[in-house]
Design a protein around this ligand. Structure first.
Ligand SMILES: Nc1ncnc2c1ncn2[C@@H]1O[C@H](COP(=O)(O)OP(=O)(O)OP(=O)(O)O)[C@@H](O)[C@H]1O
Length: 819
């Protein structure tokens, strides 16, 4: 068993659905393994059984509290009525504890019923009334698990290291106890201090990005408006920040670069800081803030309480905790759980081609976001701009990346928050920490660089216990990476096909109906006579016409290519019987055939894809609708057959379908599949399905870092052409990536990705830089220089960081610390 590090108390206990070995250690560091069979796992159903937690879905609470291998703070649950005796109490046998405490189903149920949900109510925790009222007004009536876990240790003055899933309320986890302490101290002094001009800060919160800093400031300000909270970050003038500091401040939140500048010109004095919070500590390292952070820590008074929040524990973060934290308590609500995502997030994956991505994107947004907010993640700034611009034709959208000025970034985020536009197209700058309420859909337009980025991007939805969807777009050559992601993140994708036109139309209509519900009753009055007349004349047609128009379909939807998804095109399939083949069947064979049969078609042909099945001599290709119609009337040379493809189905279904189609008559097919699935409704028996096609791109099976190669063959064309062009790409499009191209202090908080950009080594992808600190390799920006591009491909070795210990080279499931 791995005992906890001597200086760190890894948290113990809580036998919550314990299905595997849980490593526990007492505060003295003596670890023990507690084994409780899954069947005896204790369900903390009381946490989800409340009707008093309106913002938390039932799915949410067990995520952090009752999943297998949850590791929680024993102290955190002190005082909970009905909490079973700790298994770690002196002299108690592990097995005895297991059998004594949980020996029957009834006992479990009895216990669950006995525990009172009020134990989590903010009104019952002894918080200052002022704070309670404000929190309740904000809809925060019950603590989330990380907040409950952190509360007592912080109030007891412990240093701590904490980790919880995205969107689970980490900001208030440190915010609530700190605000409580400051409020009580002020009350004890008769509020003299709060009126003191020029008072020095008692709390310092360090955040890796400007946006995160502003968000933390907002959360603290909204929860304690009576305290003075000042946010300092780069990219904006110093004066306003200096003036605010000079007026007197209780809490300073900021990014390290600007904090150092303000310390250096004596505008910020840290001599009275009692609480230090390092938010997203591992990200500080990723963006090159490690030196700055250490400089700041050395300037703080030694008598202070430290709280460090970090998703992983790379070497530097461990070093920080050893050097600057005092016997910290580790509170880890993720542990080695396989599933790293919050429970409310439903994951989909969709196979696309480089050329079909953009057209599919807007359909996905229409069908899956249903008019709600969407964030689309791209790899590069250029893609963010281009995708946002392309979307703007049909959906209000804005881009967000590190090249956009700070002022504009704030305006964009503000507009998105307020719902002024519904689609934000962002690079990974927005992946970490941003808390935008009610984001319904995340689209990974390009694969993320690593599993952690996937978790953080996806975590912009499904926050605070809500539900959300995340869709991963991948090309067929990236299929293995998708599988790796499933393993690394412990998630399962539902593989879906591009939305059909029918689905797009239905979703558009639903959104219009939702908008109509918002029309004011008084306005409706003015239109009633006309509506009545129209209904009398045309019946429901009148309303259908209005819906069609408001959905943006005044003209009938044009046909769509099933390979490029572009409008106005039709996809046809040409197959040739083997005996009639004149040599190797290629894209040229298709154009040759078209020239013979209908030369106009040869001139207009769009994308051509070869059928993957080598036994079939054939290809599918796109033609403009009118030309396709004409072609289908032509006499074909013997041995050739030409059909219009009418449907795409998922690969899994396709193979099953092909099998049954080969062995059963049509009515037999209907019997086999009956009404099982939408894809296989009886009417679809007559559909001509798109066959499996040869890959249209180069191998990009190592997460998103090379996916911008796809740009090279965007625009369609034959497979041969695509590959030839794409090979000329050496890898990443450096100049357009957020991690590069900025240096110096100014960029210190340029969205976090600039950081000490000057230190980044653009040669990382070529794997030439020697390994300096293997634990940091995977991180985005800053120091990711040494990871091999084959990351994520299990067969080629795992180069990401372990979620459990933060070290690279193995997954959490293989972590030596588990043993
Ligand atoms: N107890 C609570 N009840 C209801 N809502 C809460 C509660 N605590 C926090 N929230 C809300 O949940 C949202 C997510 O909180 P926060 O941003 O602190 O999450 P996080 O864990 O820091 O996420 P990330 O890891 O993505 O940065 C915020 O909008 C916050 O106001």
């Amino acid at each position: 068993m791995a005992a906890a590090a001597a200086s760190t108390s890894t948290i113990s206990v809580s036998a919550l659905y314990l299905s595997s070995s849980l490593t526990c250690s007492s505060p003295s560091g003596a670890g023990r393994i507690l084994k409780i069979p899954a069947s005896r796992g204790l369900a903390f159903s009381w946490l989800s059984a409340t009707s008093r937690a309106p913002r938390a879905s039932p799915l949410f609470v067990p995520a952090s509290v009752a999943s297998p291998n949850s590791v929680l703070s024993e102290e955190a649950f002190k005082g909970f009525r009905g909490l079973p005796k700790s298994p770690l109490e002196e002299g108690e046998e592990e097995e005895e504890y297991a059998s004594d405490s949980y020996n029957s189903e009834e006992e479990e149920e009895g216990f669950a019923a006995e525990v009172d949900q009020d134990e989590l109510a903010v009104s019952k925790l002894g918080l200052p009334q002022q704070l309670v009222s404000i929190l309740e007004k904000r809809g925060i009536t019950n603590l989330f698990p990380i907040q409950r876990a952190v509360l007592i240790p912080v109030l007891e003055g412990r240093d701590l290291i904490a980790r919880a899933k995205t969107g689970t309320g980490k900001t208030l986890a440190f915010g609530i106890p700190i605000i409580k302490r400051l409020t009580e101290d002020d009350e004890a002094e008769g509020r003299k201090r709060s009126r003191l001009l020029g008072r020095l800060p008692r709390v310092l919160v360090l955040a890796p990005t400007r946006e995160l800093a502003k968000q933390v400031e907002k959360e603290i300000k909204e929860s304690a408006p009576y305290l003075s909270t000042v946010c300092v970050y780069g990219g904006v003038a110093y004066n306003i920040q200096k003036n605010s500091l000079s007026r007197g401040v209780d809490v300073v939140v900021g990014t390290p670069g600007r904090i150092i500048d303000l310390i250096n010109d004596d505008s910020l004095r840290l001599g009275e800081v009692q609480y230090l919070v390092l938010d997203e500590a591992d990200q500080m390292l990723a963006v090159g803030f490690e030196e700055d952070v250490e400089v700041i820590l050395q300037k703080l008074p030694p008598q202070r309480q430290n709280m460090l929040f970090s998703a992983t524990m790379p070497g530097w973060v461990k070093k920080l905790s050893r050097r600057y934290l005092n016997n910290p308590l580790t509170i880890d609500l993720v542990g080695d759980q396989d599933e790293k995502l919050a429970e409310g997030i439903k994951l989909y994956a969709i196979s696309t081609t480089a050329t079909s991505k953009r057209t599919i994107l807007s359909d996905l947004i229409t069908v899956y976001a249903k008019g709600g907010k969407t964030i689309v993640f791209t790899q590069t700034k250029r893609d963010a701009d281009e995708v946002s611009m392309a979307l703007s034709n049909s959906i209000a959208s804005e881009a967000l990346h590190g090249d956009i000025s700070q002022h504009q970034r704030e305006r964009t985020l503000g507009g998105f928050r307020q719902g002024k536009f519904t689609v934000l197209v962002a690079t990974d700058v927005a992946a970490r920490g941003l808390d935008i309420p009610n984001v319904d859909l995340i689209i990974h337009y390009e694969l993320p660089n690593d599993p952690e980025t996937f978790v953080h991007r996806s975590g912009r939805t499904g926050r605070a216990g809500k539900e959300g969807n995340a869709i991963l777009m991948f090309t067929s050559s990236q299929r293995r990476t998708v599988k790796s992601l499933e393993r690394d993140v412990g998630c399962r994708f539902e593989f879906v096909s591009p939305p059909s036109m029918q689905e797009v139309l239905e979703s558009s209509a639903e959104q219009v109906v939702a908008t109509l519900r918002g029309v004011h009753a008084d306005s409706i009055q003015y239109f009633l006579p006309t509506a009545q007349r129209l209904t009398d004349e045309q019946g429901t047609h009148a309303l259908a016409a209005a819906l069609a128009h408001l959905s943006g379909f005044s003209q009938p939807p044009s046909s769509r290519s099933l390979i490029s998804h572009e409008q106005g095109w039709v996809t046809l399939q040409l197959t040739r019987e083997p005996g009639y083949s004149r040599g190797y069947f290629s894209a040229r064979s298709v154009t040759g055939f078209l020239s013979d049969v209908y030369p106009d078609a040869a001139d207009e042909v769009g994308k051509i894809c070869m059928i993957a099945d080598e036994k079939v001599q054939g290809a599918v290709f796109d033609l403009p609708e009118e030309i396709a119609k004409e072609l289908l009337t032509k006499q074909l040379p013997p041995g050739n057959s030409l059909v219009k493809i009418t449907k795409v189905v998922l690969l899994g279904w396709l193979s099953m379908w092909s099998f049954f189609r080969a062995v059963l008559p049509l009515d037999g097919l209907a019997t086999v599949f009956g009404d099982v699935e939408e894809e296989l409704k009886p009417e679809s028996l007559y559909d001509i399905l798109l066959p499996i096609l040869q890959d249209d791109g180069p191998a990009t099976d190592f997460y998103g870092r090379f996916s911008n190669r796809e740009r090279s063959y965007r625009g369609g064309g034959s497979r041969e052409r695509s590959q030839r062009v794409s090979r000329s790409w050496g890898g990443r499009n450096y100049d357009s990536d957020d991690s590069y191209g900025r240096g110096g202090r100014i960029s210190d908080d340029s969205y976090g990705w600039g950081g000490r950009a000057s230190r980044t080594d653009s040669s990382w992808s070529r794997n030439t830089k020697p390994r300096r600190d293997s634990e940091d390799d995977w991180l985005i920006g800053g120091r990711r220089s040494s990871r091999t591009p084959s990351f994520g491909n299990r067969e080629r070795g795992f180069a990401g960081a372990c979620f459990n210990c933060g070290r690279s080279g193995h997954r959490a499931s293989e972590c030596p610390n588990n043993k």
